[in-house]
Design a protein around this ligand. Sequence first.
Ligand code: OGA
Ligand code: MN
Length: 295
Amino acid sequence: MTLQLTPLHPLFAAEVSGLDLRQTPGPDLCDAIHRAMDRYAVLVFRGQRLDDDQQMAFGEALGPLEQTRGVVDVHKQRLKHQQMADISNIDLDGKLLGADDRRRMFNLGNQLWHSDSSFKATPAKYSMLHARMVPPEGGETEFADMRAAWDALPAKMQAKIRDMVTEHSLIFSRGQLGFTDYTEQERRDFAPVPQRLVRWHPGSQRHSIYLSSHIGRIVGWPVPEAMALIRQLLEHATQRAFVYAHHWRQWDLVVWDNRSTMHRARPYEDHTYPRDMRRVTLMDVAPTLEQQMAA
Ligand code: OGA
Ligand code: MN
């Protein structure tokens, strides 16, 4: 089976047309989607009027889901499916989250470049974000191709970072915005996890830099030196040539590969407009340190 693909960027990202994902894809279509994901890393499906059950079924067809949402104040969740993350600014009663709501503070962290769930021992494979309600302006999502970023590094830098191990935590990324308010339970849940800094992406047979604002340390390095290097790599990896900016329309479903891309949310007037986005996330196969490093 071949997909109708229209590239959206010179390096990666493509639009898939001619599909209605309310029908759960069968094995042939799933294979075709996986192959296109390997090549493009970000796929855009426009005009998909999915409800929560259909979005869940699409995710489950593609692979095992992450079981936890890993956010603050989980008891205040609006969505019925445990495995569906609420990427919105809307409260249980349908009103916009208050200016100082902890969940709003926490969601602001999505505006930092990151890879989903890199703070979990086994991180995320694909994320599938569906737009139910979008603001009239702002609120784009940007993606950066971490394989292109790796390829463009000087050989000397590649050799320097190839075997580095980083530590990731939500506390590190939120700390960059000055968010330090956690319960003891959250501190335990968000304890740092180790990840490789350079990964091998088997589907495309390419390396990628596994960067994320969740990084707070490089194992064996003094913290300031480590973070200066991470910052330098983040700047390199997010130069405009490597970035696709997605301008959302209602009913877009965007699927991205967290092993080979980073992303960030762009700001919008969240005190004025609702933005209702829902995410289903596939789990990677193992912690990155246990994954194969080359062909
Ligand atoms: C996410 C995320 C960005 C956005 O859903 O993982 O980072 O633009 N979203 O909402
Ligand atoms: Mn994210």
